[in-house]
Design a protein around this ligand. Structure first.
Ligand code: UD1
Ligand code: UDP
Length: 373
């Protein structure tokens, strides 16, 4: 190709930015590409703080977020905005990651314009329509719209092949989230976040909790919080750090159950660098996050996954994660086991990270380069 390959990289939420940043940076380092970064603004503060860290400024920002937004609102606003941008400034390929509504809509907008779509983190599945909701369906609907499927693992590739995605359109690249987390871990970091400083100066052990999934809203999340409280009561040396997702539904529940405990530190979402630092400092991580399930094993940190199913079974198979669901008794039992049995803990901490080697973005760049040349 004589002229440069025009790429629109789309992100909207915190994990979109984390997983797309390495791709944008890798493409921008190569003279063959001209990259436009498009933010839907599905998240505002949580997106902006990641983009700042990677020194990325969107070329266009649809700024769609509203408090308590519905799935339909995100879908409609993002689709209208992306449709207009792709009409005004056509590109050769659109890229987006994972399973957020921003991603599904980016694939749909690209399809309506007959522009090839590259799906970063393709092929994750639970095959349960409502778990996680709506992410399982977002990513499944993205697959037939995509032309490049960048699968993070061999298992993800197999899922796509089972769905009759042509094998020559699927590449196992590793997860770009591992590129991002290893990059952040290499940067010098001075903890100036007060919550994190308290966690790092705590003389005992640190328990890190994140929860935000829609299917956990309400009673399941209350059970998670109750389990965390029981653990604090059982182990006097534990400090619980809970960087709370900005969603008001999440905060209400966590604050009501944990807000008054003297060894529970409930904070705003941590910026990505402090959060990575917190993961490295934690003894044990409790999470329903997708990204955290991938990152924790990179630092040898055992995780209890607060979900009934996971599209990331590789971590469980590797011994780095245990799927515990949201039953408080089960959560407490598994956590107590790990916090009291050094051998069980050491075995989990030794597991090898199955999600990538930190070079996924370069592979994606090389695949695109070879395809458009
Ligand atoms: C979204 C993604 C989910 C992903 C998660 C990562 C969809 C449907 N869901 O879920 O897959 O795991 O992001 O965090 O794509 N809010 C703020 N500021 C922010 C971000 C959110 O105030 O920076 C509040 C707003 O009130 C917003 C609400 O959180 O309405 C929910 O945001 P939304 O993107 O709809 O859903 P998430 O639960 O964040
Ligand atoms: N993360 C962060 N600050 C926090 C909590 C999480 O920067 O306070 C990072 C985390 O390291 C991971 C990503 O956000 O890379 C995961 O995002 P989230 O859990 O919101 O979404 P999911 O991965 O479940 O879609």
């Amino acid at each position: 190709m004589e002229r440069r390959i025009r790429v629109a990289a789309v992100c909207g939420t915190r994990p979109d930015a984390i997983k797309m940043a390495p791709v944008v940076l890798a493409l921008r380092q190569h003279p063959a590409f001209e990259v436009r970064l498009i933010a839907t603004g599905q998240h505002r503060e949580m997106l902006d703080q990641v983009l700042r860290l990677f020194e990325l400024t969107p070329d266009a920002d649809l700024d769609i977020m509203t408090p308590h937004q519905t799935l339909t609102e995100i879908t409609v606003r993002a689709l209208e905005g992306l449709d207009r941008l792709l009409r005004e400034q056509p590109v050769d390929v659109v890229l987006a990651q994972g399973d957020t509504t921003t991603t599904f809509v980016a694939a749909l907008a690209a399809f309506y314009h007959k522009i090839p779509f590259g799906h970063v983190e393709a092929g994750l599945r639970t095959y349960n329509k409502f778990q996680p909701f709506p992410e399982e369906i977002n990513r499944r609907l993205t697959a037939p719209l995509a032309d490049f499927h960048f699968a993070p693992t061999e298992r993800a590739r197999q899922n796509l092949l089972q769905e009759h995605i042509p094998p020559e359109r699927v590449w196992v690249t590793g997860n770009t989230g591992i590129d991002a987390v290893l990059w952040v871990a290499r940067q010098p970091y001075e903890p100036n976040d007060p919550a994190l400083r308290r966690a790092l100066h705590h003389p005992g052990r640190l328990l890190l909790l994140t929860t935000h999934r829609r299917e956990n809203w309400g009673e399941p999340m209350a059970n998670i919080a109750r389990a965390a409280r029981q653990l604090l009561e059982r182990f006097n040396d534990l400090l619980l750090l809970v960087p709370m997702h900005r969603n008001p539904r999440v905060r209400e529940t966590l604050l009501a159950i944990l807000g008054d405990h003297p060894r529970a530190v409930l904070t705003e979402p941590l910026d990505y660098a402090p959060f990575v630092h917190a993961m490295r400092h934690a003894t044990l991580i409790l999470t329903d996050s997708g990204g955290v399930q991938e990152e924790a094993p990179a630092f040898g940190k055992p995780i209890l996954v607060l979900r009934e199913t996971t599209e990331r079974p590789e971590g469980v198979a590797a011994g780095a994660a245990i799927l515990v669901g949201t039953d408080p008794e089960r959560i407490v039992a598994e956590a107590v086991h790990l916090l009291t049995d050094p051998d069980a803990y050491a075995q989990m901490a030794r597991a090898v990270n199955p999600y990538g080697d930190g070079h996924a973005a370069e592979r994606i760049r090389d695949i695109l380069l070879a395809s458009f040349e």
